[in-house]
Write a protein that binds this ligand. Structure first.
Ligand SMILES: [Zn+2]
Length: 358
């Protein structure tokens, strides 16, 4: 869509708290508003699903689409190019503070979160969430706060539960929630988790999602949503831009007995409906499954470290046994017994690492 024919929303470049609240109020009052802010989260198998959706949207589609795809930080993402070739819409990987324009698709870049503020996009290297950067929840949460009932949140194929908390935020703020039918997804656990934790408006095969988005984008929202009471959403958004700290944690939840697997700081327990989440005061955030996975990684690292130490000690004891055997000392027997015991301990650790549920 040509720049000259587009209408730019909001007063770009403005992101003060007062303006944010003002935008939220305006959105809440504007019952003629449309569901025209589409946020999409995808992981393993999700790029193909996004392609299917974008290729079925006409060049006249009036919504703005924001796509977060999990990708390793060290990888150069070509997702925007791939999706651009499949779509009649203009597809870009935005830089920080890019204005939001209708009829455009904005795709996340590796190692950066994509967030929405009134009229513009933030691309920031904030703390990882659910062990990902970019993560889906920060985009969804910031969209929910900024655009309220205008938001359509969509979770596609992927592993884990990123996006579930974000959909909860979108629903809480009056938006519409959609998941790819798990039976239709290459990796069903992300949509399955969303269905388990959230009130989902539509669960559809990917082929049926573009027609739904077209219908929603022309539908008057009618009933205004209101998420202004969700101050914690805004606070969490500000953790993503590193503008909050430990003094703000008690407003989000209660102190838990757990430590952050990323920075070893204390974790606070947050409750979003049926969802339990955790966040440390430097901003790392974990869903239930991502905290479990991070703890498993920490245990595995510790077990390998223990195995290395135990094997080194067994090797030393074996060597000392040989040294004292050559000197015909009975110390040799003592060292050999200790070496055998140490090797038995190593065996236990190996069994845990190979076959144990960590
Ligand atoms: Zn942390």
């Amino acid at each position: 869509m040509a720049e000259s024919t587009t209408r730019q929303r909001g007063s770009e470049g403005v992101s003060s708290e007062a303006e944010g609240v003002s935008r939220a109020k305006q959105s809440d009052r504007d019952v003629s508003a449309r569901s025209d802010i589409v946020v999409i989260g995808a992981s393993a198998g999700g790029l193909e699903a996004v392609k299917v959706i974008l290729s079925a949207l006409p060049s006249t589609f009036s919504g703005s689409i924001f796509v977060v795809i999990h990708v390793a930080a060290e990888r150069h993402s070509i997702a925007a190019k791939i999706l651009g070739r499949a779509s009649d819409l203009e597809v870009t990987a935005p830089v920080d503070k890019t204005p939001v324009v209708p009829g455009r698709v904005y795709v996340s870049s590796p190692d950066r979160h994509m967030l929405l503020e009134p009229g513009r996009i933030r691309i920031v290297r904030g703390p990882k969430e659910n062990r990902h950067r970019p993560a889906i929840d920060p985009l969804f949460r910031s969209a929910a706060w900024t655009y309220g009932p205008r938001v359509v949140g969509l979770v596609l194929s992927g592993s884990g539960d990123d996006g579930a908390a974000g959909l909860w935020a979108i629903k809480t703020c009056g938006g519409t929630t959609v998941v790819q039918d798990p039976a239709d997804a290459a990796h069903p656990s992300m949509p399955e988790n969303a269905l388990m934790y959230d009130q989902i408006d539509y669960s559809l095969p990917v082929q049926q999602i573009a027609p739904l988005l077209i219908r929603l984008s022309t539908r008057s929202i009618g009933v205004a949503g209101d998420c202004r009471w969700r101050q914690s959403l805004k606070t969490e958004n500000e953790f993503d831009t590193m503008s909050r700290d430990i003094a703000d944690m008690d407003s989000l939840g209660k102190l838990s007995p757990f430590t952050c697997p990323s920075c070893r700081g204390a974790l606070w327990e947050l409750s979003d409906g049926k969802l339990l989440r955790y966040r440390c005061h430097t901003g790392h955030a974990f869903s239930e499954s991502s905290l479990r996975a991070a703890q498993s990684t920490a245990i595995e690292d510790s077990l390998y470290s223990a195995l290395r130490a135990v094997e080194e000690k067994a090797t030393l004891l074996r060597k000392l046994s040989q040294v004292w055997r050559d000197r015909q000392s009975r110390l040799a027997v003592d060292y050999e017994a200790k070496a055998n015991a140490m090797e038995q301990s190593a065996q236990v650790l190996r069994k845990l690492l190979v076959g144990g549920e960590i």
